[in-house]
Ligand binder design. Structure first.
Ligand code: SF4
Length: 429
């Protein structure tokens, strides 16, 4: 089941059925899937479903089909809803998804009253979708936690939802997903004092020191859902839409080395928050960790964007950070690239004669070799090949003039800087 706002949230997405934009907020849609092992059984089931729906006005419909393309399009409507809300939310807000159940025979009335609560508390972007056959609804809305007024609005809305679902409709505040901190203050409301005390006793028997998932499900704080809230501060347009769902993590090649894309964004947000707050020491400490974990070890492949429901490419953010970080070296790198003849001449002047060079290379074996020669002993060593037995400093510098220019202009800034520094170092000898 998808309500009118849910349908509207995906109406302009590519691949959606053409009739979606014409529907109003009063419409809702059912996506019905039926399965059977025999074709005639399947057809008979579909007929039964259609005759059950015949009492309702159906403005648009797609006939039952076994065509996999059409089936994928129809499921695409449903699957695009959660990210659609995430993509349009205001920067600095969080996407919240809840999971309640009404008795099936009162589901329609429950949906109407839930929609009325959205209006009352001004969650105008809130959408509802769910599994009508089980009376299970998910509703998605966005919420900022940066001001007390917003936290209060949220707290009152959740109180009203709990009263509506658990008390008025005697439904369930958690249906297919587990109870977390958000619903912990309402477990007693739903189950009653006796059942709740029993739960507390069972929990303390198995976990007398309160080590297991503290504060989740069993929590004596009636404001547990509005305390210790994690802010979602604005950080950069490239990643502000991130809902921290973690879908991108599995494909990140650096996730086992340092951080996943989600973790990079979380740290970057925290850095922005600390900077705005003026917490200089904490910011400096975190920045130091982020330089390696977040910036230097990101492969910037963009694979994360392929999994991200809101299309974020964390690599784009990291490239932007890298450019800012190394900006001050750009003039040196550019000068080096534009005057490479001078650089190589100066470097050659600084090279000791070959005889001394071998001696010298014992102490500083690959200083020059590593500038540009892919066959330098160091480069070979890195590639697991056997290094040349008698490396010299002069040989790798006898590059054709065209090569170093091509090499240096194609290098990212920091590598060019490193090479420039090496060249200067050699020249000093
Ligand atoms: S960047 Fe990762 S965590 Fe953030 S919304 Fe995209 S998939 Fe989810």
């Amino acid at each position: 089941m998808m309500d009118g706002r849910a349908l509207r949230s995906v109406a302009d997405k590519p691949g959606m059925p053409a009739f979606l934009p014409a529907l109003t907020l009063e419409h809702c849609a059912l996506l019905v899937e039926s399965r059977a092992s025999e074709e005639h059984t399947l057809n008979s089931q579909c007929d039964t479903i259609m005759s059950a729906l015949s009492a309702f006005e159906i403005p648009e419909q797609v006939a039952f089909t076994t065509d996999s393309g059409t089936v994928a399009t129809l499921w695409g409507i449903r699957k695009g809803m959660f990210p659609a809300v995430g993509a349009v939310r205001e920067a600095g807000t969080t996407v919240i998804i809840e999971d309640v159940a009404f008795p099936v025979e009162r589901l329609a009335a429950g949906v109407r009253e839930l929609q009325a609560l959205f209006t009352e508390f001004q969650y105008n972007e809130a959408i509802i979708f769910g599994h009508a056959l089980e009376g299970n609804l998910h509703f998605v809305f966005t919420q900022g936690f940066e001001s007390q007024a917003e936290v209060t609005r949220y707290g009152k809305f959740m109180d009203a939802v709990a009263q509506l679902v658990a008390v008025k409709y005697e439904g369930s505040l958690k249906a297919e997903h587990g109870t977390g901190r958000n619903m912990a203050p309402y477990v007693e409301l739903e189950w009653g004092a006796d059942a709740y005390q029993l739960m507390q006793r069972i929990k303390s028997l198995f976990d007398p020191k309160g080590l297991l998932n503290p504060g989740v499900i069993i929590n004596d704080n009636p404001d547990a859902h509005i305390t210790h809230l994690k802010p979602m501060p604005k950080a950069d347009d490239l990643v502000d839409r991130c809902i921290e769902c973690g879908f991108c993590e599995a494909v990140c090649p650096a996730r086992t080395l340092s951080l996943s894309p989600r973790q990079r964004i979380v740290l970057y947000r925290e850095l922005s928050r600390l900077e705005r707050e003026g917490s200089t020491d904490k910011h400096a400490e975190l920045q130091k960790a982020f330089d390696y974990l977040g910036v230097d070890t990101c492969a910037a492949t963009g694979l994360c964007a392929e999994r991200c429901p809101v299309g974020i490419n964390t690599g784009d953010l990291i490239k932007k950070v890298r450019i800012a970080k190394y900006q001050r070296f750009v003039p040196i790198a550019r000068w080096t690239a534009n005057h490479f003849d001078t650089v190589t001449t100066l470097t050659r002047v600084g090279c000791p004669p070959t005889a001394r060079c071998n001696l010298f290379s014992v102490k500083k074996p690959w200083a020059a070799c590593s500038i540009a020669s892919v066959n330098s002993p160091r480069a070979k060593h890195r590639r697991g090949m056997k290094a040349s037995p008698a490396p010299t400093l002069t040989k790798p510098l006898l590059l054709k003039r065209a090569e170093p220019n091509r090499l240096f202009t194609s290098l990212p800034v920091p590598v060019a800087i490193w090479a420039t520094k090496s060249a200067v170092k050699i020249n000093a000898h």
